[in-house]
Write a protein that binds this ligand. Sequence first.
Ligand SMILES: [Zn+2]
Length: 578
Amino acid sequence: MSVEALKSLQPAHPRSFVPAGAKLGDWAQLEPLFFKLEADAAKIKSSRGLQDWILKCSELGAAVDQEGATRYINKSCDTESAEIKKAFLHFVEEIEPKSKPHWQKLKELVLKSPFHERLPQKRWAVFLRAIKNEFDLFRPENVALQVEESKLETQYQETMAAMTVQFQGKEQTLQQMGRYLEEPDRSLREQVWNLIRERRLQDREKLEQIFDALLELREQIARNAGLPTYREYAFRQKNRFDYTPKECEDFHDAVAELVVPLARKLQKRRAKLLGVKPLRPWDSGVDAKNRPPLKPFTDVGQLVDKCYSIFNRIHPDLAKDYDILRKQRLLDLDSRKGKQPGGYQCSLEEARVPFIFMNAVGLQPDVETMLHEAGHAFHALAVRDEPLLNYRSAPMEFCEVASMSMELLGAPHLTEFYSEADAARARRTHMEGIVGLLPWIATIDAFQHWIYTHPGHSRDERKAHWLSLLDRFGGIENWSGIEDGRAYLWHRQGHLFGLPFYYIEYGIAQLGALQLWLKSKKDTNAAVTNYRKALSLGGSRPLPDLFKAAKLKFDFGPKTVKPLVRAVQKELKSLEDA
Ligand SMILES: [Zn+2]
C-alpha cells in the first residue's frame, strides 16, 4: 500500500512551468517539458531572463525529484507490492537514464548563455561553480564505464547480501547474526563472530576480484577525464572545492594523536568491567556491564511524542518544526514485515517537506536515529523558502552536522525516556560510539587515499597497508589465531566498493557537531539560533561559510580536535558510573 500522507501533498508554491496535472513518471509527458526548456533557452535576452529560465528548470527538477522520492518511499514502506516495485523500477530504469542527457544539456545551455557571466555573483557563484565543474568533468566515453562500475557494485552488494550461515538450526543472514554479538554469553559471541568471519572469508577471492576490477575502471575513468589519479577525479566529482587531500591527512593525524589513545583507554575499561583478558573482537558489541538492552518505549507513538518533548526542551522552534512531521504524518517508523531495513530522511522537493523512515523496535538506537533524522528534517524545513532546487540541499559534510548535532543536543533530555541512571548509560554509550567511530573513519579514508595514489599495487601490498593502518588507528583487541579476519576486515565496508571516497564527510561533520554541542553547553539558545541560521542557507554558500554561519570552525586538524576530545573525556568522566 502506498503511503497515505504522500497522496495529498501540494506543491509549496504553485507551478508556473510544469502543467498542473502532468504525470512526471510518464516519459511521453516529461520529455516535451525538456524540449520546451531547451527551446526557451534560445529566447533568453538578459541575465534576468536567464535567472527566470533557471528557476523553471528548478521547478521541473523539484517535481521530477519528488516523483522519484515518492516512489522510493512507497517501495521502502512496502517491498512486497509488485505494483509499487514496478513503479519504482520504471522510474530508475526508464525516467532517470533518459532524463540525464537532458539535464546535461540544460547545464550546457546555462554555461553557453552569454548572460551567465552577468548573473549577480553573490547569489549565483556557488551554483555556477558546481554546474561548470560537473559539465567539465563529463566525458561521453565514461558513461559506459560507469555502467560497468555500477554493475560491479551490484555484484558486491549481492555477494554480501547472499551470505548466510546455519546457526541454532536455521539459516540466518549476517545482519541477523549481528544481534547475538550483544549477548552476555561470551562463548556464544565467539562462536557467532567466527561463523561470520569464516563466511566472509569464503568469498574473499571474489571480493578481491571485484575490487581490482573496480580500481581498473576508476583509473580509466580518471584518465579519460584528463586527471592523473582517481583521487583527483573523486574530489572533483564530489564538488570538494573547499578542502584537499592535505586536510584529510590533517584529520588522520589529529585522530591518531588525540582520539586513538582515548578509544584504547575505553577498551581497557571495557575489558576490566567485562573481566576479560585479553579483549577479543567479539567483546565490543555487548554492554560492558552485561546488562540487558535499554527499552525506551513500547510503541512508536511514544517515540514520536517523547522526541517532541526533547526538542521542545532544546528549543521551542525545533519542536514547532518537528510538529509539522507529526501533524502531516510524514513518518513511517515502526518495524513491520515487508519494510526495507534501515532508516533515512528524504525530502519531497516540490511540497518542500521532509519524510522520515525507520524500523523502530523499541531500543535506544531508535531514539538516536529519530534525533538524527529529525536533524535532517530541520534542515529540509529551514530551506523551504529557497526557490532554487540546487540550493535546497547542502554538501554532505554539513548535512550531517545538522543531524549529528541533534543526537548530541538531545542527549541531556533522554530522561524523557529513562530514569536518570538509564539516561546516563545511554549518553555514555553514545559518547563511546563517537570515540570509536572517528578512528574507523580515519582508517577507511586513509586506506582510499593510499589505494588510489598507488596504481598497480599488488593485493599483498594492499593488505600490508591496510594492516599498517589498523596498527595506527585500531584498537587493543587481540586477533591471535584469527589474523585473516583482521586482514580483510575492510571487505565489509560497502563504501569502499560502491561509494569511493565518501566517508570522511562523517568525520568532518562529527567535528562540527561536537563544536556545536560544546557551544550549546554554554548557551543553548545562541547555539540553536546559529544552527538554524546556517541550515537556512542550504547549499547557497561554500562549505566553510556554512560552518562559519553556525559559528563553527571548518578545520580538521589537532587545533580543533584537541578541545573537543578534552570535552568528550570530561563528559565520559562525569558518566564514569553509568
Ligand atoms: Zn544522516
